[in-house]
Design a protein. Structure first.
Lengths: 323, 323
């Protein structure tokens, strides 16, 4: 850990420590390739399949690192978060593996499937009203009552160090990478890539891919400061959240470019991956391929690591289904 | 090859020759596991992912063996079949790799998506009327005109030897298998398993899994002779065809049991695999898990290889979608 302008930021040593710590609880996910998609893009694509990760998403890495780096006394009080997406699942999973409580604060209006998934991994749900003020109030009460450790989905040095283990694995699995591309929402995965690659493979360029409908990171990148949008609407629902100061540090210092894709391009790319690679993955995970397809000149002939970030989709509500 | 009661049947030497022959054209597909499904079934399941195979199905193995075992003169005339499913795709793929023509006779009423898929792999489509007599007439004319070699989807010793390479790989990938289970339609994959396992791992039990709605193989197995149904109706559309004499030979001699599952059980198992393993696979490929779930006592505590036979589904017409 190092202090930069008052921010506690993880170092590559923290990634190495994270990897040693979480190895028993995560998968080394496979890297798959597709001749068809290579022909289509003109690039050599190496898909890192975090959809096969524990709890169905890369977030199991960061959550496991946060949970297993707590000392026994803190751990006994449990962990808490208010993410109802992959981070809530992953934190529940990691807490379950350590045998400590996990509380997830969720709006009472959240889909039952999401509540069931969290409970399926052993998490406890505390409901709030569907408003930011209620969420904050209920969450504060949970932490007050339980003494649980708050684990932020991405603006947390332990989480960023955990996500950094993904590109660390990929460097061992694929020789001679020219670039890595990952979707960007809050920037946890991209920050992990930045941390690892800038430390041990600085020749590898880092691209982030974002829905045009939620392009706050791309605009932040160009403006030179964080821009946060209010409730953007995109099919890539894992990517609606804004950058925060720790992820901004990594993104602003190490990312080569942030590319965007339209909703239609994202859904088309998602169908291509389902159809051709036989992978169930989230709309968010299709954004990188969507941007590669429309920026052929950037990636042509290059060996590109593409992070398939997660596979938790509602099979009854796929984006190409008619309602 | 050996002659048994006038039938030319492949031997394990043919499987070994097939494997050497087709290795450049097929994937050694990965074996994936799921802690969740192990807990649910009480067994140790090893999923052999032929949905990741070339052309999206195990049939690329048998088709490649048939195509690449032709001498140059025969090969130059091409190959032909009248399967519009995975075999038609796979034969087109294999012929394309050898650079020889492939003709697939298909009813003019077949879905455009199936025609596009065959053409996408370089196959030529000749349309017939949607009747058996028209199909046979048109097919005979194609063979007459081109001199193409007919490659049957399963009742062909070269095809069975090719399918036998799947369990040969699996034996190297998984230690101590107690059983292997595969879906049964015409019996090509199951025959390949029988051929390989009875030759080099006779302690491994072989189970076949079949839709109750198309249980002709199960009834044949019990009756002791082939029973063929007329146009059975099941969501597992790869499994509608009957056994033929070569596959019957292997099934009747080496299979321990044929288990069946209802349509609802098949779709439930398919959703479980999509949701939990993040694999896009066909309804046919879900039949083994469906039968394992309802025959827990047969598989409990056992190490079971489960063959995920293919991944070619119409993403716009999934069985849980409302029309």
């Amino acid at each position: 850990m190092k202090d930069v302008d008052g921010l506690d930021l993880p170092t590559y040593e923290d990634v190495e420590a994270a990897h040693a710590r979480i190895k028993p609880y995560i998968h080394q996910t496979p890297v798959l390739t597709s001749e068809y998609l290579d022909d289509l893009t003109g690039a050599h694509l190496f898909f890192k399949c975090e959809n096969f990760q524990k709890a169905g998403a890369f977030k199991a890495r960061g959550a496991s690192n946060a949970v297993f780096s707590l000392d026994d006394k803190s751990a006994a009080k449990g962990v808490a978060t208010h993410s109802s997406g992959n981070h809530g699942l992953s934190l529940s999973y990691a807490a379950g593996r350590r045998g400590v409580p996990c509380t997830v604060v969720m709006p009472r209006t959240a889909p039952q499937a999401k509540k069931d998934a969290v409970m399926g991994y052993g998490g406890r749900i505390v409901e709030c009203e569907p408003s930011t003020s209620s969420r904050e109030e209920v969450f504060a009460r949970v932490v007050e009552e339980t003494g649980a450790e708050f684990v932020h989905p991405y603006n947390d040095p332990r989480v960023i160090a955990g996500q950094g283990t993904c590109s660390k694995e990929m460097l061992k699995q694929v020789d001679g990478l020219d670039a890595v591309i990952a979707p960007i929402g809050g920037g946890g995965m991209v920050s992990g890539c930045c941390l690892t690659l800038s430390s041990i493979a600085p020749q590898v360029k880092i691209y982030a891919a974002e829905p045009l409908n939620a392009d706050d990171a791309a605009r932040s990148f160009r403006a030179g400061h964080i821009i946060a949008d209010d409730a953007p609407d995109t099919v890539a629902d894992g990517l609606k959240v804004p950058l925060k100061e720790r992820t901004w540090h990594f993104v602003s210092n190490h990312v080569t470019d942030i590319l965007t894709a339209t909703e239609e391009e994202i859904v088309d790319a998602m169908q291509l991956i389902w159809k051709r690679m036989k992978l169930v993955m989230e709309p968010s995970s299709a954004v990188p391929l969507a941007t590669i397809l429309k920026n052929r000149d950037v990636f042509a002939g290059k060996r590109v690591g593409v992070i398939i970030t997660g596979g938790n989709v509602d099979l009854g509500k796929l984006p190409w289904m008619k309602n």
